[in-house]
Design a protein around this ligand. Structure first.
Ligand code: ATP
Ligand code: ATP
Ligand code: MG
Ligand code: MG
Lengths: 222, 222
């Protein structure tokens, strides 16, 4: 479902080039649940942003369902980001002036699955992540782990076929983190492809495959 | 060094009272390294903000070195927050327009240890957390775990006698997290009292004592 070919990404501070991804290639098959692991600063979030079409590579190719992402038109990209891919950000990226329910419903304004009642679905997702009694709290009225769970619910509202989760349990206790993992495993059973960055080795071991990033390159694929 | 007596904290949304801390009492002795654990949303960060004098309790008392925090004057509070206590926030709270080095030096502008060269100490701390080559990056040019490490270095610059660390390793891989833990253990050997909120049970086990918060109350102290 996803093919990455010799992906490279550098940042440029002034005219200094800082290479972050130095030639990454791998495939992800439909319905897989894979983990991306590696040291802090190794390039995992950078890779995720490219897969989610939120950023462009310096060079290299990304194919989603055999279509070259760099040759997609605006409509196709908007459909991809809004409906096909659900993105859970490492820093959550919640809207401060909206409450949890409004934040979860936000992706449905631009793109909506036919026949899905956005508000009902949002409430059901917030219940699933244990936030039933925090629905009307704004982000600054939520704990770190509660904000993280709002970000998770928001990524799922349009029933995406691909979930990109950047460290989705970093602020959660073990029990709550396991509940999120169970939710992911249930979605994966229903054919959702999941790519999860995690620092939690015990969670990574529960996935189909682990891709290790080391200093901007793939270290081990097993 | 720290005494908490029947601490209560509620938030008020409109005129609905939401009790968060429901009567917490415990002591922390000079030079201890204690962990605070508990489910997401149980009140740990709320408790930490009260200990760090960044917020006021609804009722109850906090004594630091036998002095009632609520009866301190502005000078004493400023000295406490600026020099005695080092706070590592769950959300980092870095200044976006300043780079890592400037962020780490920030606490020295209002309060400074005599005879400490702020810039030298900041550089040394950034090296200790592995950010030697990221000193001039701003927060949006840093990875999640790198930002977390800048927040750690910043909390240490004034050589506080009490460190309050709210989930300091949530965005770090195991190896980098262990390095941060070693830094804490070294400071603790040198008589620094450390109170650390963590979701990582293996790190909590390395500390002197674990205080578990459950639904706003102390569950187990062992
Ligand atoms: N300003 C606020 N108004 C209303 N409720 C709030 C406010 N701030 C926090 N809360 C609530 O207080 C409770 C405790 O929050 P706190 O941040 O202390 O939890 P925590 O134990 O640190 O959780 P986590 O492990 O997820 O970081 C949460 O249920 C949260 O929704
Ligand atoms: N805008 C930018 N300009 C310069 N360097 C950047 C920028 N954004 C990120 N970086 C650098 O890119 C590298 C990789 O960042 P990335 O966020 O992908 O790491 P990561 O593997 O997700 O780390 P973590 O586990 O800490 O979240 C880091 O060394 C970071 O300093
Ligand atoms: Mg990251
Ligand atoms: Mg917290």
């Amino acid at each position: 479902i996803l093919e990455v070919v010799d992906l490279r990404k550098s940042y440029f501070l002034g005219d200094t080039e800082i290479p972050i991804l130095k030639g990454i290639s791998f495939d992800v098959y439909d319905g897989e649940f894979i983990s991306i692991v590696g040291p802090s600063g190794s390039g995992k979030s950078t890779l995720m942003n490219l897969l989610g079409c939120l950023d462009r590579p310096t060079s290299g190719k990304i194919y989603i369902r055999n279509k070259d992402v760099s040759s997609m038109n605006d409509n196709e990209l908007s459909n991809l980001r809004g409906l096909e891919i659900g993105f859970i950000f490492q820093k959550f990226n919640l809207i401060p002036r909206m409450n949890a329910l409004e934040n979860v419903m936000l992706p449905t304004y631009a793109n909506k699955r036919k026949g899905v009642d956005a508000k009902e679905k949002a409430i059901s997702l917030l219940k699933k992540v244990g936030l039933e009694d925090r629905m009307h709290h704004k982000p600054n009225e939520l704990s770190g782990g509660q904000s993280q769970r709002v970000a998770i619910a928001r990524a799922l509202i349009n029933e995406p076929s691909i979930i990109l989760a950047d460290e989705p349990t970093g602020n959660l206790d073990t029990k709550t983190g396991d509940e999120v993992m169970e939710l992911f495993q249930m979605l994966n059973k229903n054919k959702t492809t999941i790519i999860m960055i995690t620092h939690n080795n015990s969670l990574a071991k529960k996935t189909n495959r682990i891709i290790r990033i080391l200093d901007g390159k793939i270290d081990v694929e097993n």
